[in-house]
Design a protein around this ligand. Structure first.
Ligand code: MUC
Ligand code: MG
Length: 384
């Protein structure tokens, strides 16, 4: 062992979005990133990110809770241990904390970033290597206004940025939602693929009606129509329709994946490093889906560049990723805390080159956007 973990810090960073982002459970005007900075005894540093959507409205970890879990429980358990053995460090975290997957995911990313930089290789090399270096990325239409969504989609198509659009529904009545989706599908025709995400908002009965209408409107994929707690109802819906159903909130880790596969409850799994508990846990979840013949999709929690690129390294190593990704988080944010933001070109995200994540923290931006900046300015304290 020639490097130990000497310091881990979790920082809340509030960034404005480019426009209101309306989901079934919340409207986002800003996103809170939890940025993790890890420093080792050999001077190596690692970056990680845990980010959720709408405080506690999406999942059971909030940004403030994630920071507390890292600062109070996860970081102290890792100080002084071998920084080069990521598996042993993660096993230690499994012992000191149950659940807390978002928090663990951010710490794992920081450990992997530091170790990959130490070895002088991209993070994906530590996962066995990349089978692709670019990832298709869709765009989410969620302004809350049908005409504005169509205009946004037309701009994205014209710029060659996205040709698949995910519509966030479940906020209004089923009828209104279907009218909204049908109008967008009619306007874009076969020039774009349309998917919808209901974020668990429908009952099984509403879903049966809604899915039937969306299927005849030509929608390509329907994501998490009903609450995550009811996989049997999802299985009944999956058996009823031809349009593929995707599990998102219902599939966090490999155990959920096993259960959904057993029940034949989903045609597609949305993979996310945060809800799985890290990149390795996401790969385990993916392996279960793959073995069961379920198609895979690279999901997001609308992270900034650090979390997005961490997920991208994982997704680039997957043998199967039939439905592409939604790694659009950095494009939804007005600014970021890295010096060079990710490259999006030709409908795809390009994996950065360079060791580790391939990202560099922008210290000035971090100081500007961190929630505790006033306290930092007064005390003159800068942890790293
Ligand atoms: C979700 O529920 O899938 C992904 C894209 C987006 O706009 O929201 C998310 C979260
Ligand atoms: Mg979703």
């Amino acid at each position: 062992m020639n490097a130990t973990i000497s310091f881990i810090e979790a920082i809340l960073v509030d960034l404005p979005t480019i426009r209101d982002h309306q989901l079934a459970m919340t409207t986002m005007q800003r996103q809170t990133l939890v940025i993790v900075r890890l420093r080792c005894s050999d001077g190596m540093e690692g970056l990680g990110e845990a980010t959720t959507i709408g405080g506690l409205s999406y999942g059971d970890e909030s940004p403030e809770g994630i920071k507390l879990a890292i600062d109070t429980y996860l970081a102290p358990a890792l100080i002084g241990i071998d920084a080069t053995n990521v598996n042993a460090a993660m096993q230690r975290l499994a012992k000191v904390a149950r659940g807390n997957r978002f928090a663990k995911s951010a710490v794992e990313t920081a450990l992997l970033d530091a170790q990959a930089k130490r070895l002088g290789v991209p993070l994906v090399t530590m996962l066995g290597g990349a089978v692709r270096s670019t990832l298709p990325v869709l765009w989410t239409l969620a302004s809350g206004d049908t005409a504005r969504d169509i205009e946004e989609a037309e701009t994205m198509l014209a710029e060659g940025r996205h040709n698949t659009f995910k519509l966030k529904i479940g906020r209004r009545s089923v009828r209104e939602d279907v009218d909204h989706v049908s109008a967008i599908k009619r306007a874009l025709g076969n020039r774009a693929r349309i998917t919808v995400d209901v974020n668990q908002a429908w009952s099984e009965v509403e879903a049966a009606t809604g899915i039937a209408m969306l299927e005849s409107a030509g929608v390509d994929l329907i994501e998490q129509p009903i609450p995550r707690e009811n996989p049997r109802a999802l299985a009944r819906l999956a058996a009823k329709f031809v349009v593929p159903l995707m599990a998102d909130e219902a599939v966090c880790g490999a155990e959920d994946a096993m259960e959904l596969a057993r029940l034949a409850a989903a045609d597609v799994f949305a993979l996310k490093i945060a809800k799985s508990g890290g990149i390795h846990a996401m790969l385990r979840t993916a392996a279960v889906g793959d073995a069961a013949g379920i198609q895979l999709y690279g999901g997001t929690m609308l992270e900034g560049s650090v979390g997005t690129i961490a997920a991208a390294h994982g997704f680039c190593s997957l043998p199967q990723l039939s439905w592409g990704t939604e790694l659009l988080g950095p494009l939804l944010l007005k600014d970021d805390v890295v010096t060079t933001r990710p490259t999006y070109r030709d409908f795809s995200l390009h994996l950065p080159e360079g060791p580790g994540l391939g990202l560099t923290l922008d210290q000035d931006k971090l100081d500007f956007y961190r929630r505790d900046r006033d306290r930092i300015a007064v005390s003159g304290f800068r942890a790293i």
